[in-house]
Design a protein around this ligand. Structure first.
Ligand code: PEP
Length: 251
């Protein structure tokens, strides 16, 4: 099945407002010649509005780095789907390993966040991935299964149109250690097989599965050549126009 590639940049807690706007304009420029792929950038919350304005009319998608499960209420520090939609934000990252490991978000909370996003018009980018200790203990597939099943509990096949999965082995994030294309493909194929078990084959076949973890200009082409890798979630290399541009232009 043909899946439209998605290259997504996670800017984490980096960049000033001026730097974010300048980088967003550069992403618009570099993606303008690529009509066969989607490009998403996820700035920090305070600069979402400025970045949405900078990319307006370009087709570049804007994502939030997290999302609340309720529409409104007494949830200090949280931002809801309707608030993000109001700004023009189309996507939200949920379950990023930094949210899991630094802020203690578990699969149950990630499930609520994901359903908060897709109950409206916000597409969720669900991040999953094993730690090095889990991989070395031979638990990788069990961990991925639990993350997928629990984060997608209660999600219908129809709603899966609004879900993207990002396989991000924790040991590869920000470390300069990329999974080999074979390791990434093995995990992606397993995730797709699992989606077939949970949903139907045609639904599983349509879900985009991104790879994340030290994606750089010099490894994007070989990663994108794998059958089940449909794009990339990029951290460090998304913060510089030149490197992100090369990743967007993958062959
Ligand atoms: C990420 O933060 O999701 C990520 C993959 O970071 P990096 O590309 O820097 O490893």
């Amino acid at each position: 099945m043909q899946r439209r590639p998605l290259i997504a940049g996670n800017w984490k807690m980096y960049l000033t407002r001026a730097e974010a706007v300048t980088l967003a304009r550069a992403v618009v420029e570099s993606s303008s010649s690529c009509t066969d792929r989607d490009v998403m950038i996820a700035p920090s919350f305070p600069f979402l509005a400025a970045v949405c304005a900078a990319v307006e009319g370009s087709g570049v998608l804007v994502g939030a780095q997290n999302i609340a499960w309720e529409k409104e209420g007494a949830f200090t520090g949280e931002v809801s789907a309707p608030m993000l939609e109001d700004l023009g934000v189309q996507m939200a990252i949920v379950g990023h390993s930094e949210r899991r490991h630094i802020f203690g978000e578990d699969n149950a909370m990630i499930n609520r966040r994901l359903r908060g996003a897709i109950s409206g018009a916000v597409q969720a980018v669900l991040c999953i991935g094993e730690t090095l200790a889990e991989r070395e203990a031979g638990k990788m597939l069990t961990v991925l299964d639990a993350q997928v099943r629990q984060a997608l509990a209660g999600v219908t096949g129809e709603q899966m149109r609004k879900v993207v999965i990002a396989y991000e082995p924790v040991w590869a994030i920000g470390t300069g250690k990329t999974a080999t294309p074979e390791q990434a493909q093995e995990a992606h194929a397993h995730i797709r097989h699992l989606l077939e078990e949970i949903f139907e084959k045609n639904i599983a076949g349509a879900v985009r599965i991104l790879y994340g973890g030290s994606v750089k200009p010099d490894n994007i082409d070989v990663l994108m050549a794998q059958a089940d890798i449909d794009g990339a979630l990029v951290g460090g290399a998304a913060l510089k126009a030149e490197s992100f541009n090369r990743i967007i232009q993958f062959q």
